[in-house]
Write a protein that binds this ligand. Structure first.
Ligand code: SF4
Ligand code: SF4
Length: 148
């Protein structure tokens, strides 16, 4: 079951958020975590992240076939946070561009700036997006068309 990290945990730095809500036989996220911070008790159970043990490295994201894990970092700057999203489309956006930030329903909720494009050979690429603090729990996708 997904949980939202406490404010205290968010203020300590990057942390993974798992939005994997379906009972499916899957667990590569748990196998990928070097800190053993992800538990999938039975193979059909939803993963649970031990947020205090997670350091936000993001390895689990690149191994998740469901694109269901995100990493957020509230400590990026005074008024902006980072949300890292898995991204399997091409072309990849350029670092520095501003793009439409979408919520879980595909609705535009504002703008995001791409601050890093993390390529993962044979795994899922990851985009690092700077967004206003208030959008970090909203932004889960992007749209490139109008901005490129
Ligand atoms: S971000 Fe890193 S430490 Fe946290 S759950 Fe994923 S693999 Fe483990
Ligand atoms: S790898 Fe992804 S889809 Fe599979 S259990 Fe983990 S979070 Fe869910």
């Amino acid at each position: 079951m997904q949980t939202i990290p406490s404010v205290e945990r968010l203020q300590k730095g990057p942390v993974a958020i798992c939005e994997c809500l379906q009972s499916i036989p899957c667990n590569p996220c748990a196998d990928a975590c070097p800190r053993r911070a992800i538990t999938v008790r039975e193979i059909n159970d939803c993963p649970v992240i031990d947020e205090d043990n997670c350091n936000g490295c993001g390895l689990c994201m690149t191994h998740c076939p469901g694109l269901a894990i995100f990493v957020v970092d509230y400590t990026y700057s005074q008024d902006q946070s980072i949300v890292r999203i898995p991204y399997e489309f091409f072309p990849l956006p350029q670092v520095g561009v501003s793009i439409s930030a979408l919520n879980r329903r595909g609705e535009c909720v504002g703008m995001a700036q791409v601050i890093r494009v993390q390529k993962s050979p044979n795994k899922t690429n990851v985009l690092w997006l700077a967004v206003p603090d208030e959008l970090v729990m909203e932004v889960r996708a992007i749209r490139l068309q109008e901005e490129q």
